[in-house]
Ligand binder design. Structure first.
Ligand code: SF4
Length: 64
């Protein structure tokens, strides 16, 4: 599983980072990006799905 933050859509709510700091980084303004290459480590799939579902801007892509 992979995640990707679509930067054009991200509005910096910081929710993804609050849910899954293991998967996301945020800059000083709260705009998010996936950590590393976006590969979701085993065991964190549910957190990745939760973060994507809770992004109000639908800015998190999840691919399998
Ligand atoms: S929850 Fe969505 S809009 Fe908010 S920082 Fe994360 S990716 Fe960006």
């Amino acid at each position: 599983m992979k995640i990707h933050v679509i930067s054009d859509k991200c509005q910096g709510h910081n929710r993804c980072y609050a849910i899954a700091p293991e998967l996301f980084d945020v800059d000083d303004y709260g705009y998010a990006s996936e950590l590393g290459d976006g590969e979701v480590p085993s065991g964190l799939e549910a957190k990745a799905e939760l973060a994507a579902a809770n992004c109000p801007e639908h800015a998190i892509e999840v691919t399998r």
